[in-house]
Design a protein around this ligand. Structure first.
Ligand SMILES: N[C@@H](CCC(=O)N[C@@H](CS)C(=O)NCC(=O)O)C(=O)O
Length: 321
């Protein structure tokens, strides 16, 4: 199976969140083995996971509901990893009836001994994993299925409103890269630091990056979204971390020098603009409709503190606009 060359600088995204192993399945759609096809691919996600949330957002923003099946996997245990509990989402994989996501990884590669992660893009025809790297799955979704979409939803016809407009591609890639290192992954580096020195270093970099983003939003050309009038990939990738910030990372990951709601007025306004937007540019409220605060708090309380006790605050989870 030949992996298609990745069309942009992806080095930073190779880092996983806990043990930093690169994602293993890196095929693209379209490619020789994986042509776009309606009903052929399945996206496995969990709603607590910020990496999966990127793919859920783009799936919704692009209107891929009838093209790529979305399956929720809601529980994870330390021995077998992700499994279908039936509390949220199905109690078995609707495609094969298996109980564990690990069984899908082993079906794709019986020798597989890496991390069992979501999101996961599955091909029902070849019965294998297409890709398990969120940054690539979202780029697949941006354009890969455009032939099945109405003309106004195709990236090629959207011009400046595309998720990665040609004239902004370099700037978006650059911002994504430092946001990934210091914010998306930065919260994990602080939260899972095993020494005081490492924690100090990562938490400092995290808040420097948030200060830099706050300043970025002060420029007229960076309003109302990170690169102006339209929602871009950069907004999507930052949103999934910042919507979890005050309610989970602040407390559970000790990212607590400042809060978005009280210390970053521009980031806070930007975050609420995305969350509360129910217009056509969010496909009728995809940010709000895919953000489940209780699932996020519950998920992080078992990962971070290990005892499953969900913090009471802060409430409300998001303030009104
Ligand atoms: N680089 C991957 C990371 C995905 C990832 O780390 N997902 C987490 C959930 S938030 C996971 O499945 N962790 C399970 C594990 O590491 O065992 C991506 O962005 O898609």
């Amino acid at each position: 199976m030949t992996a298609t060359k990745i069309p942009y600088n992806k080095a930073a995204d190779d880092i996983g969140q806990w043990n930093r192993m690169p994602s293993r399945f890196r095929n693209l759609i379209p490619s020789q083995h994986f042509p776009p096809e309606k009903g052929r691919y399945v996206l496995y996600v969990n709603y607590c996971c910020p990496w999966a949330h990127r793919t859920i957002l783009v799936h919704g923003l692009k209107g891929l509901e009838d093209i790529v099946q979305l399956v929720e996997v809601d529980a994870r245990d330390s021995t077998h990893g992700w499994w279908f509990s039936g509390k949220r989402g199905p109690d078995r994989d609707p495609v094969y009836g298996v109980k564990y996501v690990k069984e899908l990884y082993l079906k794709a590669d019986p020798q597989y001994n890496g991390r069992i992660t979501v999101p996961l893009l599955w091909d029902k025809k070849h019965e294998t994993i297409v890709n398990n790297e969120s940054s690539e799955i979202i780029r697949i979704f941006f354009e890969g299925f455009d032939d099945f979409l109405p003309v106004d939803k195709r990236e090629i016809s959207k011009g400046a409103a595309a998720f990665v407009p040609t004239q902004l591609r370099t700037q978006i890639d650059t911002l994504n890269s430092w946001v990934y290192d210091n914010v998306n992954n930065g919260v994990y580096k602080a939260g899972f630091a095993s020494s005081q020195a490492a924690y100090d270093e990562h938490v400092t970099k995290l808040f420097e990056a948030l200060d830099r983003l706050e300043y970025h939003l002060s420029e007229a050309s960076h309003y109302p979204y990170l690169f102006g009038e339209h929602i871009t990939e950069a907004d999507i990738r930052l949103y999934t971390t910042l919507i979890r910030f005050d309610i989970s990372y602040y407390t559970l990951f000790k990212c607590n020098k400042k809060m978005i709601r009280s210390d970053y007025p521009r980031l806070h306004a930007w975050l609420r603009r995305l969350y509360w937007n129910e217009g056509p540019e969010t496909a009728g409220g995809v940010f709000k409709n895919t953000t489940f605060f209780d699932a996020i708090k519950r998920g992080y309380s078992s990962v971070a503190a290990g005892n499953g006790i969900v913090p009471a605050g802060p409430v409300p989870h998001i303030l009104p606009l």
